[in-house]
Ligand binder design. Sequence first.
Ligand SMILES: NC(=O)c1ccc[n+]([C@@H]2O[C@H](COP(=O)([O-])OP(=O)(O)OC[C@H]3O[C@@H](n4cnc5c(N)ncnc54)[C@H](OP(=O)(O)O)[C@@H]3O)[C@@H](O)[C@H]2O)c1
Length: 232
Amino acid sequence: MEQVAVVTGANRGIGLEISKRLADLGFTVIFTARDEEKGRKAMNSLLKSGRKLVFFKLDVTDKTDGIRLSQFLEKEYGRVDVLFNNAAILPDENESAVSIDLSLVSKTFETNTVGAFRVAQSVISLMKKNNYGRIINISSGLGALSSMGGGYPAYRISKASLNAITKMLADELSHFNILVNSVDPGWVKTDMGGPNASKTAAQAVDNILWLAQLPDNGPSGKFFRNKEEALW
Ligand SMILES: NC(=O)c1ccc[n+]([C@@H]2O[C@H](COP(=O)([O-])OP(=O)(O)OC[C@H]3O[C@@H](n4cnc5c(N)ncnc54)[C@H](OP(=O)(O)O)[C@@H]3O)[C@@H](O)[C@H]2O)c1
C-alpha cells in the first residue's frame, strides 16, 4: 500500500522541494496550496513518470478547507501517513515588539500556528485509526526561546507556539504511533529567506525529509536542526 503524505504551502520554496522528494520516495503526495491556479501550475512542473502527486486546494486559515481535507483523505485513501505543516508567512521583517500593530501578530498566528494546528487536527483521527502517523512542523530558529531576541515579533511568537503544539500533540498521541516533531530548516534561499540565504531548498530538505520516515520507536516531541536535537 502506498503511503500518503500531505504538504501545506507546496507551491513554492521548501514545500515544493519536500513534495518533489516525497514523490521520489514513492509517497502519494497530496500537494496543497491556497491558490488553485498557482498550485496546479507548480505541481505540474513536478509531474513525471513514477511520481504521484494529487492537487488539493487548502488555505490553512480556512476552517472549511480543513474539514474538506479530512473528508477527502478518508474517502479517497482511508489513510494519511505523513503531514508536513510547511505553510507560513513572515510579514514582520522590519517590525519591533515595542511597536508592532497587534493585528499583524494575530494574522501571523492564525496562519503559522492555528493553521498548522487545524491541519494537524484534520489528519489525526485518520492517523489514529491506522495507528501510524508522522507530523513534521516546520518551525524556525527564530521561534526558539533559548535564543529569543528582538525583531520579527509576530513570526517568533507564531513559531514558539508551533513548537508548543508539537510537544502537546506528541504527548497526547504517544500511544498511537504518531510521532510529532518540529524542525528548523535553517536560512534558506526562497521568497521568504531571500537570495542571500545560506542553503538551497534542496540542502534544507536533506535535513528534514528523514522525519517523514521515522521508525516506530523514533523520536517525538523534539526540535531538530541539521538532523540533531536543538534547544527549544
Ligand atoms: N526560508 C527560510 O529561511 C526559512 C527559515 C526558517 C523557517 N522557514 C519555514 O519554512 C517553511 C517554508 O518557508 P519558505 O521559505 O518555503 O517560504 P515561502 O517561499 O514564502 O513559501 C511559503 C508557502 O506558504 C504558503 N502559504 C502562506 N500562507 C498560506 C495559507 N494561509 N494557506 C496555505 N498556504 C499558505 C505560500 O503560499 P502562496 O504562494 O499562496 O503565498 C507558500 O507556498 C515555513 O514554515 C517557514 O516559516 C523558512
